[in-house]
Design a protein around this ligand. Structure first.
Ligand code: HEM
Length: 415
């Protein structure tokens, strides 16, 4: 797999890194907000629930996935992203400020914050999405990951169009009623953007870092086509039970195929990154089953919140943590190697024992978190554990950066 990657196309280290590291404070903030959420997770529509949703989606997920995309696109697809440093210096602050303003708006800071959030997020996502699509479209490598990333970025832009319309409507502005669809908004966000990006990255990073067999070629080919078709179905009839059943089947099939590949891995020893992935895949299966059961539940309001927690914390947060424990050490090794510094092997960048502490805190946060819609008292423990898990993640990333800087300094000190 490594031989297919063109490392000379890798963007400067700080380009993906600034996004990846900015994801962590949103995870910490989500934990802290959860601690003080009381019983507001009894419904998905409370201000706290919507704020928590967007700390996880336009905060943690968006930052981490933009960083990963800026790294994977040139290296794995050979797609040349023009002026990555300039692009990052425009997109990164816009997305950060936009996410903070949108969350503040949900928490009651004032209607103007809906507009500021929408402007910030749109100002970051538009250049990012257009440049990424342009680079992917012109890419020399024509593999399934490329198609998946094109579908993912398109899904993100469509999610943002609905999101901006919803925010402007909440701020008291006038928008076309056709765009004020929360049902289309979040399904496009979780499924078409989130799952397409995850699958496109998985085809590369799961065999590479977890030493599993390749994803079956028919799966690589038809899964992304299925997601694209599902995206069109969501636009046609968002929330239709048949469309949701189709989305759930796609999510479950991705999770089951990847879990089976993990079982066929060549290296028996498993590390924390592997466990984070496993947690995410099992949460995805549970979420798919729950979403199929939802239409039959007498009062689905709390179960809908459980679905959101399974998808965002059990699923995306877990897999992003697992991926970061491979991407950051790998990039540290790569950029030190390219600079001619004394080599630092990937597993020496962050110790497995340090990652395991994060994994255990994150895994311990899930049971109380998933009970919170029914037992609000659990939100304090769940929030504290989730915040502690991301604080530990920040500490581990600081260790990696410290070692990177040390080696760079040694290089400068050389005669
Ligand atoms: C441009 C960025 C975004 C903006 C401006 C935005 C804005 C909003 C607004 C205003 C609502 C409240 C809707 C209502 O009043 O009914 C909302 C709901 C929601 N958004 Fe976003 N959003 C954005 C991105 C995302 C992304 C990327 C995701 C997921 C990946 C997401 C997931 C959700 C979810 C799950 C809900 C709650 C819907 C529910 O519980 O049914 N949003 N969004």
């Amino acid at each position: 797999m490594k031989e297919l990657l063109s490392f000379e196309q890798a963007p400067p280290f700080h380009v993906p890194l600034r996004f990846l590291l900015s994801a962590i404070p949103f995870g910490i903030a989500a934990g802290v907000l959860l601690m003080f959420s009381g019983d507001s997770l009894a419904s998905r529509w409370t201000p706290t629930a919507l704020a928590l949703t967007h700390l996880m989606t336009v905060g943690l997920m968006l930052q981490a996935m933009c960083g990963a995309l800026l790294q994977i696109t040139p290296v794995a697809i050979g797609a040349n992203v023009p002026a990555p440093t300039l692009l990052a210096s425009v997109v990164h602050p816009c997305l950060l400020l936009g996410a903070i303003c949108l969350v503040a708006a949900f928490l009651g800071a004032g209607e103007v914050f809906y507009f500021l959030g929408a402007i910030g997020l749109a100002s970051g996502l538009l250049p990012f999405g257009l440049v990424a699509l342009w680079a992917l479209w012109r890419a020399p490598v024509r593999n399934p990951s490329r198609k998946a990333l094109i579908v993912a970025v398109t899904g993100l832009l469509v999610t943002a169009v609905f999101g901006v319309a919803l925010a402007v409507a909440r701020g008291g502005g006038t928008v076309s009623p056709a765009l004020v669809s929360t049902a289309a908004h979040f399904r496009m966000g979780w499924m078409v953007w989130g799952l397409a990006l995850l699958s496109g990255a998985s085809y590369l990073v799961v065999p590479m870092f977890q030493l599993t067999p390749q994803f079956p070629a028919p799966f690589q080919k038809f899964f992304v086509a299925g997601l694209a078709a599902a995206g069109l179905l969501v636009l046609w009839s968002p929330g239709h039970p048949a469309v949701d059943a189709c989305l759930a089947t796609l999510a479950a099939s991705y999770a089951v195929v990847t879990l089976r590949l993990q079982r066929a891995r060549r290296r028996p020893r498993v590390d924390s990154s592997f466990r984070f992935w496993q947690l995410a895949l099992v949460s995805t299966c549970a979420a798919a089953c729950l979403s199929l059961a939802l239409p039959w539940l007498p009062d689905p309001s709390r179960a809908e919140v459980l679905l959101g927690l399974l998808v965002m914390v059990g699923g995306f947060d877990s897999v992003i943590c697992g991926m970061m424990y491979k991407i950051v050490p790998f990039l540290t090794w790569l950029h030190l190697n390219n600079a001619g510094a004394k080599p630092l092997l990937m597993h020496h960048v962050i110790e497995e024992s340090a990652m395991r502490i994060h994994l255990r805190l994150h895994a311990a946060a899930l049971p109380p978190l998933l009970l919170t819609p029914w037992v609000p008292e659990m939100s304090v423990l769940a929030g504290a554990l989730l915040a502690a898990a991301h604080i530990r993640q920040a500490h581990n990333m600081a260790i990696a950066l410290g070692r990177y800087r040390e080696r760079r300094k040694e290089l400068v000190a050389l005669p």
